[in-house]
Design a protein around this ligand. Structure first.
Ligand code: GLN
Length: 370
């Protein structure tokens, strides 16, 4: 096994500037450059590469509360999509020294190849406390421009996540197939930025999947003759996705099983005229407790979202039932449509990484197609 311990440590200074003017000084991590996006934090203690490649993070600067990034290297197979999707990384310790036999690369090489700009050696606990008090906001990281006034100018041009349509930017451009063509169930997947492990959870349960670009209309989806429809996770504001809300409404008329995860859950709600809202701070981590109201059981879940569905609108809507709630803040975690085979969850039952408590939801979807 080749360790790259001999590499010179990188001491290029870097700056993180938040929209409210707060400045943090640290060291460059990854590519030397400048990057912008909405700052958010994930509290997961493992699975950094899966997080970096999760398309739902597109347009976001990620703060990892796990103090060590890079210590188990990177591996080409441990990805949720074909490339890094976060817009930048903010971490405490960024190390090129990894101690995993199976790793393919160190994190610095990986970031350089993927063109990702980051900052390390900043007080991530202080940053998290700051954004937890002040709410979601935009930020800029730079290891090439160290002039605050110039960075402020560039940051001012970054659009707010509220109202931003991003799913079509990470969706597949061409349809593709996954699984065994002879499998029992055919699922039409609307790809708004799907995580690979979600598709695998369905394929390994006997589904043959056709994954379609975000803007595919009903006729093309129907041509696959699916037994069920799946609405994927993805980045951006669901309310800005008129095209997907229209298609979801049409799919609801088909009387075929529907399953939605995260952005897909929000789109199912919007198709039922339940609005979404931007949260003060999102949920991102792998230990979020959720109560299943149908069974009374609690499950520990993996989450990554900054928007949520409006609880009051659901309570006023006699078509929809709440199936899951978050035990930390009582936000809506799952819904189902009364009298139809359609349900969705705000969290990530594939949990890659994370606890597998919620994988039964894939089995529920399969049962619905039987
Ligand atoms: N993981 C997701 O699908 C995220 C959905 C949406 N972009 C949000 O932030 O709430």
């Amino acid at each position: 096994m080749e360790h790259k311990f001999s590499k010179e440590p990188n001491y290029t200074p870097a700056i993180l500037l938040l929209e409210d003017g707060t400045v943090y000084h640290g060291k460059a991590a990854g590519k030397i450059g400048t990057t912008t996006g909405e700052i958010c934090f994930n509290t997961g203690m493992t699975g950094y590469q899966e997080i970096f490649t999760d398309p739902s993070y597109f347009g976001q600067l990620l703060v990892t509360t796990n103090a060590h990034i890079g210590n188990y290297g990177t591996k080409t197979s441990e990805v949720e999509s074909s490339s890094i999707k976060i817009a930048g990384l903010i971490c405490k310790n960024f190390t090129i020294q990894y101690s995993r036999e199976q790793a393919d690369d160190d994190i610095q090489d990986y970031f350089e190849k993927e063109g990702l700009v980051g900052i390390s050696d900043v007080d991530t606990r202080a940053i998290v406390r700051h954004i937890r008090d002040k709410g979601a906001m935009n930020a800029i990281i730079s290891s090439e421009i160290l002039d605050i006034a110039a960075l402020k100018k560039q940051l001012a041009k970054v659009p707010s996540m509220d109202g931003l349509e991003l799913a079509s930017k990470v969706s597949t451009t061409e349809p593709y197939l996954i699984g065994d063509p002879a499998a029992k169930h055919k699922v039409a997947v609307l790809d708004f930025g799907t995580k690979r492990n979600i598709l695998e959870c369905m394929a390994e349960r006997g589904c043959y999947l056709k994954v379609f670009p975000a803007k595919t209309g009903l006729a093309e989806l129907q041509a696959f003759n699916p037994d069920g429809f799946f609405f994927s996770n993805g980045p951006g504001d669901p309310a800005a996705m008129d095209y997907a809300i229209t298609t979801a409404k049409e799919i609801l008329q088909q009387e075929k099983p529907i399953f939605g995860i995260c952005l897909g859950h929000q789109l199912l709600a919007l198709a039922l005229d339940i609005p979404t809202y931007k949260m003060f701070n999102g949920h991102r981590g792998i230990n979020h407790p959720v109560k299943n109201l149908l069974t009374g059981h609690c499950e520990i879940t993996s989450q990554n979202h900054g928007f949520a569905v409006d609880p009051q609108a659901i309570k006023a809507n006699d078509q929809v039932e709440i199936t899951h709630v978050n035990l930390n803040d009582e936000t809506i975690e799952g819904i189902r449509v009364k009298g139809k085979k359609a349900f969705s969850v705000q969290y990530h039952p594939e949990a890659a990484p994370g606890p597998h408590d919620a994988r039964y939801l894939f089995d529920d979807f399969i049962k619905m197609m039987q």
